[in-house]
Ligand binder design. Sequence first.
Ligand code: BTN
Length: 254
Amino acid sequence: LYHLKTKWLGRKIVHYHQIDSTNKEAKKLAASGEKEGTIVISEEQLAGRGRLGRTWISPAGTGIWMSVILRPSIAPTDASKITLLAGLAVCEGIKEATGLPVQIKWPNDLVLHNKKICGILTEMSAEMEKINYIILGIGINVNTDSFPEDLKNTATSLKIEGEKEYDRKEIVKAILMYLEQYYELYMKNQDMEDLLEKYKNHCLTLGKEVKIIHRNEEFIGKAVDLSKEGELMVEKQDGQVITVFSGEVSVRGL
Ligand code: BTN
């Protein structure tokens, strides 16, 4: 039991002990008409998926592996904004529940002491310029004790950094409060202005040198701002400012 304070988000939670991927299950549910706000959570994922076709290690009982079904009435081209606001909501929720100084690496990785603790995988189904559903897949390393050798330098958990165990339910509860609130705000205003102001306060990417792969070209630049659509604005070494929608951005030194 979560004792949620939300109005509609997470009012139905489908809970599994073990599943291949909560995103996959949420997509199945959404495709057969499941309503907005339903959430799939699993204690363990056997085939957790990350962005860019990567796998997401999801051991039993240590993390938050969850997928949220949303049905926003916005253009498919605006779906990336839902991902951004989700990153913000998850960041604020974790901070509130744990007190740890979590930051957002644009667009929506969450890092703690410069190592990744959370990733978000957004999957969308759209037809005729209309969104049918969006699945927000959120993976958070909460009480993980250790990571495989190849991930040690880039991944961490709340427990490793905070040196204590955290209550996963408290974190989920806080995240859902922020997510509902920010989602409603965006739907009402149909713009990102207020949300981006908040986002910038938590974003570690701004002001940093970043390595970007843009149109198959790799270069170094400085992340100077976010556009009002939420894209990253990067000043190249020749002074030209380009706008990056998504893709691989690495903050130098991270
Ligand atoms: C990333 O690569 O950064 C995104 C990782 C997303 C992982 C979550 S865990 C819950 C949901 N189900 C999945 O299979 N993936 C997402």
